[in-house]
Design a protein around this ligand. Structure first.
Ligand code: PEP
Ligand code: MN
Length: 371
C-alpha cells in the first residue's frame, strides 16, 4: 500500500512552532497541581508546541502506577485552555480514543506495547474514522519495521492525515547503556520507505536516564528528524513513573539551548558545489566497492565448485576466524571501527556461504565453471 498523507509536512500542522516539533510533559499525569505547574513552566519555553501526559499507563509489571484515568483528561483540557499549548495523551483501546476526543485532546499517540498488536491498532483506527486529530505511532517494542509501517497504514486508512512516527527505541534482553536500543537504521529505513512521514525521536524512553538525553536528541536532529518528545516533570525524583529519565522544565530549557540545528537543505551555491563534488567522490568509491564485491564473489564461486569436486565442507570456521581477526586489525589501523568491519565481513561471508550452498546442491552451474 502506498501511503497517501495530506498535511504530511509537520510545518503545516497546527501548533507548529519551528523545527524541531517539540513535545514535552510528564510521563504520567499524577495530580492536577503537578500537571498544571509543569504545563505553566513548559509553556514559557518558546520551542514547546505540545504538552504530553500519560493518563492510562501500560506498565510492564502489575502493581506499578497505572495512571489516573479519565480524571486526567480534564486536567489536560485545563492545560490547553490556560496555557494555549496543544495537548496529547496515549491511547491503547477504543474507549480511550472516545474519552480523549470528548475532552478535545489534540494528539493521540499509540504506545510501543500497543503498536505491536494489529488487532488493537485496528480497533483504535476504527474509532478514529472521520476524526481530525493528530496521531503519532510509536515504534513497536521489537525491531520490526513492517509492524511499525503496518500500524501507520492502519491509522492512515482510517482517514487521519496528520500522522507521525515516534522512534522510542527497542527492547533487548541484554542490559545495555540505554534503556532501549536506538537501532537508528530502523527510523532511517522508515524515512526511506515513507519520505513524507514526520518522525519524532523520543530520547527519554531510549535513554532511560537523564544522562544521554542530549546526545540522543542531537543525533536525531543531525539525522533530520522532525521533532523530539522529551519527558518533563516539576519534581522528577518524586515522579510515579519513569523518574530517572525526566527533566525539570528548567533542565529541559538548558538542554535545548545546547542543541545545534543544522541545515537540512542548504541553498548557498558555494556549499552545494563543495557537497556535490564530495558526493561525486562517494559515488565513485561506491562503484569501486560494487566492482570489488563482484570480483570477490566470483572467486568464492570458483572455490565453491572446487570444494564440491573435492568433497570439502563449505564452512571452515578456523579460516573464517582468521579472516575476521586480520580484517579487524587491518581496518582499525586505517581508522575503521571493528563494528563496521565485522558487520560488512559477516554479511559478505554469509553471502559466500549461500552461494556455495547453491553450488553444492545444484549441479547445473558446473558447466559455467568449466568454461
Ligand atoms: C510513554 O511515552 O510514557 C510511554 C509509555 O512510552 P512507550 O510506549 O514508548 O513505552
Ligand atoms: Mn514514560
Amino acid at each position: 500500500m502506498i501511503l497517501k498523507l495530506k498535511n504530511s509536512r509537520i510545518t503545516d500542522w497546527r501548533g507548529y512552532k519551528g523545527r524541531p516539533f517539540l513535545i514535552s510533559g510528564p510521563c504520567s499525569a499524577e495530580t492536577e497541581e503537578q500537571v498544571m505547574e509543569t504545563a505553566r513552566q513548559l509553556a514559557k519555553i518558546k520551542e514547546v508546541s505540545l504538552f504530553r501526559a500519560g493518563i492510562w499507563k501500560p506498565r510492564t509489571r502489575p502493581n506499578s502506577f497505572e495512571g489516573v484515568g479519565v480524571e486526567g483528561l480534564r486536567w489536560l483540557r485545563r492545560v490547553k485552555e490556560e496555557t494555549g499549548l496543544l495537548v496529547g495523551t496515549e491511547v491503547a483501546n477504543e474507549r480511550h480514543v472516545y474519552e480523549a476526543l470528548k475532552y478535545g485532546i489534540d494528539m493521540l499517540w499509540i504506545g510501543a506495547r500497543t503498536s505491536v498488536n494489529p488487532f488493537t491498532v485496528q480497533e483504535i483506527s476504527d474509532a478514529l474514522k472521520g476524526v481530525d486529530v493528530m496521531v503519532l505511532v510509536k515504534n513497536p517494542i521489537n525491531p520490526d519495521i513492517e509492524l511499525w509501517i503496518g500500524a501507520i497504514e492502519r491509522v492512515a486508512k482510517a482517514g487521519i492525515t496528520r500522522i507521525g512516527a515516534i522512534h522510542r527505541g527497542f527492547s533487548s534482553y541484554e542490559k545495555t547503556l540505554y534503556r532501549n536500543q536506538p537501532n537508528w537504521q530502523l527510523p532511517i529505513e522508515l524515512r526511506r520507505r515513507i519520505p513524507e512521514l514526520p518522525i519524532i525521536c523520543d530520547p527519554s524512553h531510549i535513554s532511560g536516564s537523564r544522562q544521554f538525553l542530549h546526545e540522543i536528541s542531537q543525533k536525531a536532529l543531525d539525522l533530520n528528524f522532525d521533532g523530539l518528545m522529551l519527558e518533563s516533570h516539576i519534581d522528577p525524583d518524586k515522579a510515579l513513573s519513569d523518574s530517572s529519565q525526566q527533566l525539570t522544565p528548567n533542565d529541559l530549557k538548558e538542554l535545548l539551548s545546547r542543541l545545534i540545528l543544522r541545515n537540512p537543505n542548504p541553498s548557498d551555491p558555494k556549499l552545494l558545489d563543495v557537497l556535490g563534488e564530495l558526493r561525486q567522490q562517494i559515488d565513485i568509491y561506491d562503484d569501486y566497492l560494487l566492482d570489488l564485491m563482484e570480483k570477490r564473489m566470483k572467486v568464492s564461486e570458483t572455490i565453491g565448485h572446487y570444494k564440491k569436486e573435492n568433497n570439502i565442507t563449505i564452512l571452515q570456521s578456523i579460516r573464517w576466524d582468521e579472516i575476521i581477526k586480520k580484517a579487524i586489525s587491518k581496518g582499525q589501523a586505517k581508522g575503521l571501527s571493528a563494528e563496521l568491519i565485522k558487520t560488512i565481513f559477516t554479511a559478505i561471508h554469509q553471502e559466500s556461504i549461500n552461494l556455495q550452498m547453491k553450488i553444492m546442491n545444484n549441479g547445473a552451474k558446473d558447466q559455467d565453471y568449466k568454461k
